[in-house]
Design a binder for this molecule. Structure first.
Ligand code: AMP
Length: 275
């Protein structure tokens, strides 16, 4: 596996790769969810590129940018074992020089839910992914369903800006107790870790109730009874998976989404309605 840091060097090396090229963008601190994206890319591509970049522009003031977990040595070994051909690890100052003034704003799809809780988050995500796609030039980008609104935002960006890049979305990888794997799970105290799977259980309860014909208010009440008493709900809702507008009926193409705080750690999760 080649590890490249400079943008010009990466551009040259990546242009020579055999196609199709599959690309897995990450912020590192890799877990089995990230590696599932890498192995899916490995199966479907002649060449696999991964990136590790803790993107400062998608963190708000007071968020965890500084203390976001970093483990480049461990990540490198995991990606090599997953069959990744090239790892791109750009420098923050190269990706976002101080005079950078052009940003990609995805509009309404990124304004609600995570976008409302984290102003500027999706502008930062969209901008860095567009920049990475320009450097890497892949045929497909591999994304996790775990970040359902990010998927909706990036699909919209790819369509709106005429990228010739497929988005391949892989299912959320979970712990045996249902907790979605996340680099931020490392922040949880043992007690918070025990409480954290209640977000997934609350979303299951919510979606089951909606699919059984219960109105949203009733389904929310049932979900809140399942969420751990110490968790602070940010939102639970049913939305259209493409637009992220709230909907009233659970049907294919809709997704139950939730965010809650366990201590100081904010976790998100979602379950797509498949019937
Ligand atoms: P991150 O490093 O958090 O920016 O995530 C990089 C990619 O991995 C994104 O496409 C995420 O949606 C995906 N991802 C993160 N956690 C999981 C998970 N538990 N299962 C599947 N994909 C995931």
């Amino acid at each position: 596996m080649r590890v490249l840091a400079s943008i010009p060097e990466a551009r040259g090396a990546l242009r020579a790769l055999r196609r199709p090229v599959g690309f897995v963008p990450t912020m590192g601190a890799l877990h089995a969810g990230h590696l599932a994206l890498a192995s899916s890319a490995r199966k479907r591509s002649a060449s696999v590129v991964a990136s590790i970049f803790v993107n400062p522009t998608q963190f708000g003031p007071g968020e965890d940018f500084e203390r976001y977990p970093r483990d480049l040595d461990g990540d490198r070994a995991k990606l090599r074992d997953a069959g990744v051909d090239v790892l791109f690890v750009p420098e923050p100052g190269d990706m976002f020089p101080s005079n950078l003034s052009t940003y990609v704003d995805p509009g309404a799809v990124g304004a609600s839910y995570e976008g409302a809780a984290r102003p500027g988050h999706f502008r930062g995500v969209a901008t860095v992914v567009v920049k990475l796609l320009h450097v890497v030039g892949p045929d497909a980008v591999y994304l996790g369903q775990k970040d359902a609104q990010q998927v909706a935002v990036l699909r919209k960006v790819l369509r709106d800006l005429d990228f010739h890049v497929d988005a391949v979305v892989e299912p959320t990888v979970r712990e045996p107790d249902g907790l979605a794997l996340s680099s931020r799970n490392a922040y949880l105290s043992p007690e918070e870790r025990r409480a954290a799977p209640s977000l997934y259980r609350a979303l299951q309860t919510f979606l089951n109730a909606m699919q059984g014909g219960t109105k949203k208010a009733g389904a929310l009440k049932a979900a809140r009874a399942v969420l751990d008493a110490h968790a602070v709900e940010d939102y639970i809702d049913l939305v259209d998976a493409t637009t992220f507008e709230p909907v009233l009926l659970a049907a294919p193409g809709t997704v139950a989404i939730g965010a809650a705080r366990f201590g100081t750690t904010r976790l998100i999760d979602n379950i797509a309605a498949e019937r």
